[in-house]
Design a protein around this ligand. Sequence first.
Ligand SMILES: [Zn+2]
Ligand SMILES: [Zn+2]
Length: 395
Amino acid sequence: MSRLENAGVSREIREHFNEVVELRRRLHQHPEPGFKEERTAALIRAKLRGWGVPFRPLCGTGTVALLEGARPGPTILIRADMDGLPIREETGVPYASKVPGMMHACGHDGHVAMALLAAKLLRKRRASMRGNVKVMFQPAEEGPGGARPMVEAGVLERPAVSAAFAIHLRNDLAVGKVGVSDGPVYASSDDFRITVTGKGGHAGRPHRAVDPVVAAAQIITASQNIVSRQVDPTTGAVVTFGTLQGGTKANIIPDRVEMQGTIRTFGEKLRRQVARDLARIGKNVAAALRSKVDFEYRPRYPSVVNDPALAERVRTVLRGALGARALVHQGRSMAGEDMAFVLREVPGVYLFVGSMNRDKGLDQPHHCARYNFDEAALGVGVQVWLSLAGALLGV
Ligand SMILES: [Zn+2]
Ligand SMILES: [Zn+2]
């Protein structure tokens, strides 16, 4: 029995396995940055056109394909992100990136290839489908974020989407395994900037100045109190200062210090609380030390939250298709993901497909120059898409 067959991948998908691998490798050779996925979009659209799958471009390089079932029913959405990363590839594989300084180092080439083959195979099932499948090829997941503009441009309308799903390959999960969890999957991710203003002066006469360096240090220290003392310890949150800039010379007290950082939380209530806590600490600590602060808060991504009932449904479907041993519980991550903007509007599930194979040395982390995955995961991913569509649309 082949490895794919063993993993529960159907004969139909196994017969098309070379095609999904070939697609992935073509995409892998031409990684493109967010909103500049021109070549990627052209390949996606040419394939869809060739297979007779209707689609429309959305938000520049984004594409929405629609597979309409012959019978009425709900519309489900499957999402694939398309962008590469500014990393110089060091895998040495024959299909390595041909674009200097750019690499598909997160597996988005695989996501696109899986969604494309799923679209091709679902097209053959339209006569028996009760409802529709929308496929969302999304730009710029790695930033600045393509999901939000696509939602605003109506990706969830005409026809209205009732449930949405996304797969991410995962190189710390063995190939053949699938991770589906309830509730929060990825944290919300927001940035802040705190500018502390004092009064510059001679380092030897600090009493004549107002030192913003000392105030900034106290603000950083006091902020550690947020996660340790003000957030429910069973929930978890992160406040990280990533930059600290100020001053020009050892014997000068500067006028100003600027700090930038990020806040990660689960859930909107805690998200607002942590931002408020940080603003209050900044303002009051600075005031106590005779400085002033300017607090700038930039909300980026909400948290990705799986719908528990749908997650249970997905597990049941995948247990049937791939076997009970394939399913694992996947813990939460403090990383951010812009699929959050889709799952904020409609219920859905963000799931992980294992792509690690230690025996073949395919276990490097995502966003690493030596990242590569076991392509058998592509077969499993297509199986996930077909099994889900089949179960939800009664094929
Ligand atoms: Zn990534
Ligand atoms: Zn990614």
